[in-house]
Design a protein around this ligand. Structure first.
Ligand code: ADP
Ligand code: MG
Length: 243
């Protein structure tokens, strides 16, 4: 028994380490990238050398993307399952993504209600971030990101839609497969894998509807924390519930 406890403690330390890596590693990556950017502007560099530096920058961006898809909200403190307000958590993620949305001329429309679900905060936020980031990246020439919260049966439904490039049937099927990406070196193909895993641990469900050239709808279901939310909302708005 004693040995088991020590092992568990060690595991916990490893967990914290992984979490702080996202913060500790990001800074040196940013600094390195900055210096390489400077080198690119140097007149003493020949074409070939600049190509090497360009590759190094792309690889740094790739490392940065992997950290983003896995560890954006990772904190050195241990995580625990708690009651989460979906409205608050969605708003937090929107704040983080707003600069990216602005860069792509994307309008964000929301209709949020403060329903409660059960889960680990940083995982839930990571899951929302990965889906919303994909939506934004699907609209390089602008569009609308819409986030809607409602109750469907015993579930809180988070509906995230974009007016972006959409997906083929084959792409939808491959979604969540590790390293499946259509974004070349810029993609990790890990974002949706993380999303599916988190949704599963929260005993939720996820559905995708997408049309090429039209956009994508992601429906995320999480068990409602309060039965009263389900009863109150279902009674009053029976006809207003989507799907
Ligand atoms: P990444 O974003 O790094 O490519 P993801 O696992 O997040 O990896 O997504 C995998 C692929 O699924 C993307 O490369 C893209 O082709 C497709 N995809 C995901 N979300 C959307 C979306 N909202 N619109 C269009 N394509 C999407
Ligand atoms: Mg992604």
């Amino acid at each position: 028994l004693r040995r088991r406890i020590i092992r568990a403690e060690k595991m916990e330390v490893v967990g914290h380490l992984a979490a702080s890596i996202s913060h500790e590693v990001r800074n040196p990556l940013t600094v390195s990238r900055g210096f390489m950017q400077l080198l690119l502007q140097s007149e003493r560099m020949n074409y070939k050398d600049k190509q090497y530096i360009q590759i190094a920058i792309e690889e740094i961006d790739r490392a940065e993307a992997i950290i983003t898809d896995y560890l954006t909200f990772a904190k050195p403190a241990p995580e625990h399952v708690e009651k989460l307000n979906v409205k608050t958590e969605i708003e937090r993620v929107i704040d983080i993504l707003r600069p990216l949305a602005n860069m792509n001329s994307i309008e964000i429309q929301t209709s949020l209600l403060p329903f409660a679900v059960k889960g680990e905060r940083q995982k839930f936020q990571q899951c929302l971030l990965n889906v919303m980031k994909n939506a934004i990246e699907a609209m390089p020439n602008g569009g609308t990101l819409r986030i809607n919260v409602s109750i469907d049966k015993d579930y809180v439904l988070i509906h995230i839609s974009d007016t972006g490039v959409g997906m083929t049937k084959d792409q939808i099927e491959r979604l969540g497969e590790p390293y499946f990406t259509t974004k070349g070196a810029k993609g990790t193909g890990l974002g949706m894998m993380v999303v599916y895993r988190i949704v599963e641990t929260m005993k939720g469900d996820l559905f995708i509807h997408s049309e090429v050239g039209e956009g994508t709808d992601v429906y995320m279901y999480f068990p409602s924390y309060y039965k009263s939310d389900v009863e109150k909302f279902s009674q009053k708005n029976e006809k207003a519930i989507p799907i």
